[in-house]
Design a protein around this ligand. Structure first.
Ligand code: ADP
Ligand code: MG
Length: 332
């Protein structure tokens, strides 16, 4: 085993022509082989810029990207942009041939020198991405989610070492999305494929990623294991990205009975217990938001609103007053 990092950005920076702010400030990072790395950040934080730099779709102003120790060349140096060992799938699936069948869209990615191998491989990929039943269907008649599956099938049939995904599931409905996420995880497990996925959906990155990178204003704010980061984000920004939490100022926290010196207190919905006591039922239930398998309660007290997760359906109705037990909070 060599010590050479798999994919590495070394002091990479990029500012777009005519733009005051950086697309990406000077960034160093290493991507681990055979893992799913997720990049999360607000819109405009530089996620797509970083992805394009890693792939060689953009040339950095300074620094360099290295894949297995070798320089990844950008469009300034390379005729056909994009590293040959990588494939990228974005939201729009423009390069599909809408008038051809699913099968042909995939098979065309392979050389015709060995027709038997071509057929076998196409069949395999169709199976892996659960497209077998759609093989004979014209692409124009597929749903958005099915087109995304097809785009991913086309990307991985050529055995790339890295699959880059730029918010690929945005147009895909939730149930479809989960299936696709699961299938990609399975492919990573089975084949050792390395995946880098950009997303702003916390559920997606938390369920998919082995490694999570948080981007803010063109900078990596923090990185690490998604579960650890969810429980203890180093930054308020990260907490806000990863969960629908309540953020209180120091004064608001004090009004809720929390003594703190921190500027902000963050409370996750699952860290609060609702209780009915004889006295001090200070919080009024303003809204009960049905979320499918749970409810979000929006509680108000002294003009402060707190979000609480509730799994006891129908227990609470709007207008009821209750007391709260706080199990945990974070300070920033
Ligand atoms: P994200 O993918 O996180 O939404 P981007 O990487 O697309 O963010 O963009 C990062 C920043 O760079 C944003 O401020 C965006 O407006 C700017 N930017 C992106 N592409 C261009 C471009 N082609 N020309 C000028 N500015 C751009
Ligand atoms: Mg983007």
């Amino acid at each position: 085993m060599s010590d050479t990092p798999f994919l590495q950005a070394i002091s990479v920076a990029k500012t777009y022509p005519g733009s005051q702010t950086s697309g990406l400030k000077t960034t160093d990072l290493t991507i681990t082989q055979g893992k799913i790395t997720a990049i999360i950040g607000e819109s405009g934080s530089g996620k797509s810029t970083l992805l394009k730099l890693l792939y060689g779709l953009l040339s950095p102003d300074s620094g360099e990207v290295r894949f297995k120790g070798e320089r990844v060349w950008g469009p300034n140096e390379k005729l056909i942009p994009g590293h040959d060992a990588m494939k990228m799938v974005a939201q729009q699936t423009d390069d599909l041939n809408l008038y051809a069948k699913v099968w042909d869209n995939i098979a065309i990615m392979l050389p015709s020198t060995d027709l038997k191998a071509k057929t076998e491989k196409t069949e395999n990929i169709l199976k892996q991405l659960r497209l077998t039943n759609l093989a004979g269907k014209q692409v124009a008649n597929l749903s958005g989610g099915e087109k995304q599956r097809l785009a991913i099938a086309r990307a991985i049939i050529v055995n790339p070492e890295i699959l880059l995904l730029d918010e690929p599931f945005n147009q895909v409905d939730t149930s479809f999305r989960e299936g696709l996420q699961h299938d990609i995880r399975q492919i990573v497990k089975d084949t050792g494929l390395t995946v880098i996925i950009v997303s702003h959906d916390p559920a997606e990155v938390l369920s998919m990623a082995d490694e999570l990178l948080v981007l803010k204003d063109g900078e990596i704010l923090e990185s690490g294991n998604p579960k650890t980061m969810y429980q203890n984000p180093a930054n308020l920004y990260t907490a806000r990205l990863l969960t629908n939490c309540t953020v209180l100022t120091r004064d608001e926290a004090k009004a809720c009975g929390l003594k703190t010196r921190a500027e902000h207190v963050v409370i996750y919905p699952e860290w609060i217990e609702t209780v009915k006591t004889w006295t001090n039922n200070d919080w009024e239930i303003k809204q009960v938001l049905f979320k499918g398998c749970y409810e979000d309660l929006l509680l108000e007290h002294k003009g402060i609103t707190i979000r609480v997760l509730n799994d006891q359906f129908g227990k609470y109705t709007e207008g009821t007053r209750i007391n709260l037990k706080l199990h945990r909070w974070l300070e920033y």
